[in-house]
Structures are given as C-alpha cells and as structure tokens.
Design a protein around this ligand. Structure first.
Ligand code: MTE
Length: 317
C-alpha cells in the first residue's frame, strides 16, 4: 500500500479532518451572517429565518502538496460545468438539486474477465474511501483546488481484470432527459462520454470521487460518482457515471465529436499548447484576483510525464 501511494501528492491523513473544516475565521463569518439576519428580521422575516437557520459555509485551510489552499465549499458547489443541466455555471446547483442519485449502478464491462455491475453502496463499502486534494484546471482557463473523497480508478479496474485486448477505457454519464434539461439540447451528442488510454487509467492519480469536503458528493459536482483526472483539462473528469467500458480502440468523446480541433482526446493540461481561441499559459484561480501561471500536467508531471514519453503533445493535444 505504501509503495502504491508513494507518488500521490496528498494523502487522506494530511487533510484537515471534517470536524475542523470550520476555522475560527469561518465562525466569525457565520457570526456576521447571524448579525445580518437580526437586522433583516425587522423587514423580511422569511429571509431572516433562512439566514438564521443557515449553516456556516464550510471552508478549510487544508492545502494541496504545492501549498495551494482549497477552495471554499461554496465556490466548489456553485460554479460548475454540467451541460446536462445548463451551460450557466452559477445555475447548475439549482437545476440539479432534485436529481435522483439513488438507486444508482455502475456497469463495468467490455474487454474484461470479470464484468460486474456495482451498486453505489457496494462501491462505497468495498473500496476504501480516502481523501485527496486535487487541482482542477478547466480548459476555459479557470481553476480550483478541491478536497475529494473516493477511491482510485485503478483499484476498480483491477477487480474486473481487463483482457490483453483492452487498450482504452470509455466512460458514460447517465442519460435522463426527464431530469436533465440540458439533454434536450440537440446540439450535443448525449450521453456525455469520455475516455482514457488504459495505462493512463491505471495511473494511481485517477480517482473516482464519491464525496466532497468530507460529505457525500452533491448533484452539481457529479453525484453519486464522477471521475477526477487532475492532470487533464476538467472536461475529462466526467460526472454521474453509469458505465465504464474497456475497449480496443480510442473511444469517441463528447467534446472531440463536437470540435475535434479544439478538444482533443488527450487534453493534458499544457501551458505550451494554446486553445485555438485563447492562451493556456495562465489561469484564473476561483477566489483570487490575479492570474497564475498554468503548470505542465497541472503540476503532476512527476507522476504522469512517463505516460507521454516520445509523444508529440502539440499533435496529441
Ligand atoms: N461531466 C458531464 N457529464 N457533463 C459536463 O458538462 N463538464 C466537465 C466536467 N465533467 C461536464 C462533466 C467540465 S468542462 C469541467 S471543468 C468539470 O466537469 C467541472 O467540474 P466541477 O463542476 O465539479 O468543478
């Protein structure tokens, strides 16, 4: 176990326990909310009640291995890309609020010796859940630092035993237009699909997230289970997965099907290869004013650069 996890930037034991997420500063903020509520009470009792009952928004002083402080729970759960609901980042949380995440199954099939359909409760019980703090860099040039809970993708793939013909892994999001209004938009080839090369998928950084900030995941962030591939642009980190298929050929992905010259299969974070319409050299960290330089492989080069030895990353973007 130790050797497997040696390369992982932040292990669960290094993350602030859930109970201490609320720092003194945050309790001060909460106190301010209560004062505001008292003032409001005179003219708007309903709003004031809401405020007085509101729990303080969790924040944390935990950092990733580079010293970046995690984003607030509020940032992470209210600024989202989830086109199945809406293309408006601040509108996803509201539209996804009642999305049904239970019961839920994930079928793992294709070129494997042991195909299996897992109930979400089995995935939570049978795979040791750990926390990892990862940077998320969106292709749109904004970024966050997120404390996820979940388990490694490699540990799931090992259970189903990919055959020697399996070269890629294909992921699929649930297709449920009755609950996901964005799936009514015919400009996109639903369901959302993504893919990784098998050796990329077996890298220990690949993560299936079931929780966030020590709590179960919420719909806007891909509940009940979503992929997190921290060295690639955020669109590879597919949400609300129902199917994982081992295949021989490079799978089609939603974004490359729409715009292959802008969103390639590899999508490794790379400050030297610009998007055709904007620079990828820097990024806006949500919650910060000035821009930061974007790091090669989003700062995970030590763990993943070997996967691309001899490859032209300008061609395979
Ligand atoms: N997965 C699905 N099914 N649908 C989406 O629209 N958006 C992707 C990715 N996964 C998306 C998705 C993009 S572009 C990003 S940047 C991340 O989710 C955002 O994850 P977050 O909202 O949890 O920060």
């Amino acid at each position: 176990m130790t050797s497997l996890f040696k390369s992982i930037p932040v292990r669960s034991s290094e993350i602030t326990p859930k109970d201490t997420y609320l720092s003194r500063r945050d309790f001060m903020k909460a106190a301010t909310v209560a004062t505001g509520a008292a003032l409001l009470a005179a003219c708007a009792p309903t709003a004031a009640d809401d405020l007085q009952n509101a729990k303080p928004v969790p924040t944390s002083d935990a950092t990733d291995e580079l010293g970046n402080v995690v984003n607030t729970y509020d940032d992470i759960t209210n600024y989202n890309n989830y086109y199945e609901f809406t293309t408006d980042k601040s509108g996803v949380a509201r539209l996804a609020k009642n999305f049904t995440t239970s019961p839920w199954t994930v079928e793992v099939s294709g070129l494997v010796n042991n195909p299996k359909t897992f109930g979400i409760e089995d995935l939570l019980k049978d795979f040791q859940q750990e926390e990892r703090i990862y940077r998320l860099r969106c292709v749109e040039a904004w970024s966050m630092v997120i404390p996820w809970t979940g388990f490694s993708l490699a540990s799931l793939l090992k259970i189903v035993e990919p055959t020697s013909d399996a070269k890629y892994v294909r992921f699929e999001t649930v297709l449920r237009p009755e609950e996901m209004p964005g799936q009514g938009n015919r400009s996109y080839p639903w369901p959302y699909q993504e893919g990784l090369r098998l050796d990329e998928a077996m890298n220990e950084l690949g993560f299936l997230a079931t929780g966030l900030y020590g709590e179960p995941n919420v719909p806007q962030n891909g509940a009940p289970i979503r992929l997190v591939v921290p060295w690639k642009y955020g669109f590879k980190s597919i949400k609300s997965i129902v199917k994982i298929e081992l295949v021989a050929e490079e799978p089609s992905t939603l974004w490359s099907a729409i715009q292959s010259n802008e969103y390639g299969f590899y999508a490794n974070v790379n400050p030297n290869v610009d998007h055709p319409r904007w620079s990828q050299g820097s990024e806006r960290r949500i919650g910060e004013l000035s821009r930061r330089e974007t790091l090669m492989f989003n700062g995970y080069d030590e763990q993943v650069a070997y996967l691309y030895d001899g490859m032209d990353l300008g061609q395979n973007f």
